[in-house]
Design a protein. Structure first.
Length: 400
């Protein structure tokens, strides 16, 4: 990726077309893409059209009629992530996707789970619950001087008791991009399974599972993919699918073949449940197609450049402290303002028609310093945002 500060994001994408195809751009300055991005017209139309079909002919009947569109979503993710469609499961959200992978693993007393400081609260709660149930232990890999996971420390911590390496690619409360591919290479050399939480990276960065070396990867539709809420996905490497028995099964995940026996599916749909948000799954496939049509390299270059511009302008404002760690940054920027609580900043910006969000200490308690101890304002850009919006954002923030 070229140097973000020297890259002209206007040459990468037709921003005017992207904004014209995003109805929300006419109504709000949206810097909350790490929470939920504004959907494009084609996603909105796909979801509405299926819901209208359900209202006319019935839910089951509409699903039967939409099978080609539903199945297309698996193919879209296979292209997006560089995998086979049989390695994709579609689920309700990123947490459920991650849980279905993690809770399928088996741990015993003395087993070790290696994690990073950037882990999200839901993941850590699951780690701790399983450790309490099984006697496994959770060990946190230190960060290096830049604030990303320390690769040398990770290698030193691996021994014969390590049963899982788990990493959050991009945390909820920082613009940090962890070196996931390097972690994947270490995991492969050690023959340890690697679970990657890609909730904030899929849709704003190119994410290829072979390059990353992950065995399991979870994500959501609503964030940088610009898909519907209530949608998520899970990738499981083919060699691992049949080695993982999901924590619960139903008639989608398994087949009841005799009164006293059943057979679990052999593809990643063993991690799904039968009931699903059909309109959302269709809209999710459309969102993936839309992202692919722009090109993930192009999206990443623009988002990274906009994030760098926002980060630089914020640092020039009196009283603002930016808290993004690591060597590589993305479109998420977290900051505090001296003398003004994060919630007050959010409310003031919202009154001006600007969307941001807040990350709370309870979301990421393992992070050192302010990222894990005080609420932060989180501003997150996407490719449909503009330099002018960054200027306006900073002007409103400075005017108090």
């Amino acid at each position: 990726m070229r140097n973000a500060m020297n890259y002209d994001p206007s040459t990468c994408l037709d921003v005017d077309r992207a904004r014209a195809q995003t109805p929300g751009c006419a109504h709000v300055l949206h810097f909350n893409n790490a929470g939920a991005s504004l959907p494009c017209e084609s996603v909105l139309h796909a979801v509405r059209a299926h819901l209208e079909l359900e209202s006319r002919i019935g839910g089951y009947e509409a699903e039967a009629q939409a099978q080609i569109a539903v199945e297309h979503t698996y193919d879209a993710f296979a292209r997006l992530l560089g995998c086979a469609r049989e390695e994709i499961a579609l689920v309700e959200n990123a947490t459920r996707a991650w849980d279905m992978a993690f809770y399928s693993l088996r741990f015993a007393p003395g087993d070790r789970i290696l994690i990073g400081h950037a882990e999200y609260a839901s993941n850590v709660i699951a780690f701790l619950q399983v450790a309490q149930r099984t006697g496994a232990q959770v060990d946190v890999v230190p960060d290096d001087a830049s604030g990303q996971i320390d690769l040398a420390a990770l290698e030193r911590m691996i021994d014969e008791r390590v049963r899982l390496i788990a990493l959050t690619h991009i945390p909820t409360n920082s613009g940090l991009v962890n070196p996931a591919a390097a972690v994947g290479a270490i995991a492969r050399r050690a023959a340890v399974p690697f679970l990657l939480d890609a909730c904030q990276s899929v849709g704003q960065l190119p994410v290829d599972v072979e390059t990353l070396g992950c065995d399991m990867l979870s994500g959501t539709g609503r964030k940088f993919l610009r898909g519907p809420r209530g949608t998520g996905f899970l990738y499981v490497r083919r060699q691992w699918i049949e080695r993982l028995e999901p924590p619960f099964l139903d008639l989608q995940a398994a087949q009841w073949i005799e009164p006293a026996s059943f057979e679990v599916r052999r593809d990643a749909r063993r991690f799904e449940t039968w009931e699903s948000y059909v309109a959302g799954r269709i809209g999710l496939g459309v969102a993936v197609d839309y992202a692919l049509s722009w090109g993930l390299d192009n999206i990443a270059q623009r988002v990274t450049a906009l994030g760098a511009r926002l980060r630089a302008q914020l640092r020039d404002l009196p009283g603002i402290t930016v808290h993004d760690a690591g060597q590589v940054h993305c479109g998420i920027v977290t900051f505090t303002r001296a003398g003004e609580p994060a919630v007050a900043v959010l409310q003031r910006l919202r009154a001006a028609g600007i969307n941001v969000s807040i990350t709370n200490p309870g979301h990421a308690r393992l992070n050192p310093g302010p990222c894990g101890s005080v609420p932060l304002v989180r501003a997150s850009v996407h490719y449909y945002n503009t330099d002018e919006e960054i200027d306006r954002f900073c002007a409103v923030l400075a005017d108090r």
